[in-house]
Ligand binder design. Sequence first.
Ligand SMILES: Nc1nonc1C(=O)NCC1CCCCC1
Length: 248
Amino acid sequence: MRIDVITLFPEFMAQSAALGVVGRAAERGLLDLHGWNPRDYAEGNYRRVDDRPFGGGPGMVMLIEPLRACLAAARAADPAPAPVIYLSPQGRPLTQAKVRELAALPRMILLCGRYEGIDERFLEAEVTEEISIGDYVLSGGELGAAVIVDAVTRVQEGALGDAESAAQDSFEGPQGLLDCPHFSHPAQHEWGAVPDVLRSGNHAAIARWRRQQSLLRTWLRRPDLLDEAGLSKADRILLEQARQAPPE
Ligand SMILES: Nc1nonc1C(=O)NCC1CCCCC1
């Protein structure tokens, strides 16, 4: 997948995508990431990309024309059509379902604002959709862009080995449940022992235990995600048994 990021700090995007799963995916050609700096397309001696807001008030607003020229250059760099996604607190909340939707695209262009924002006329003319990574305000859209690059890359076919499969992650799977607890060595520790079932070698029992833990954890921590109506009869029984079980 090709991802173009329009940002005043392309070096930030390059660094955030150079590590771990995303870095390896990029090395293997699963991610083709490009940064575009509007300042490179700004006119005049000072290469202005921002100016004071009409109507007064604090801060600066990013100007239309440098962004317009920068976006045109990014678009022209590859024939694949691409939605322009603006990262902002005013956007629709990012979900794993949206990540999956974006990951299926051949290409997307991520637009990162700074200062107080971008001239509304540019947003109206060029932005396909706005996405928020959470109800808080950051200094720019780059962290949101990095979140999308990471989340979309790790679900690309082949990005994770079987051992790391994204399919077992939180919010994956038909009901979008939270992930189950994970344990590794040592089996015995002053902070507790690994649940016996995980050492039993009984793969059916292990899968059942993990599903039950995902159901219980989702019910306890994120009941808003638990559409009980959407649960199978087997899942409802598993959850009920877990709810009734005495605390360990
Ligand atoms: N929350 C968010 N989700 O995605 N982005 C977010 C953000 O807080 N972005 C910073 C603002 C800063 C002013 C310009 C527009 C982006």
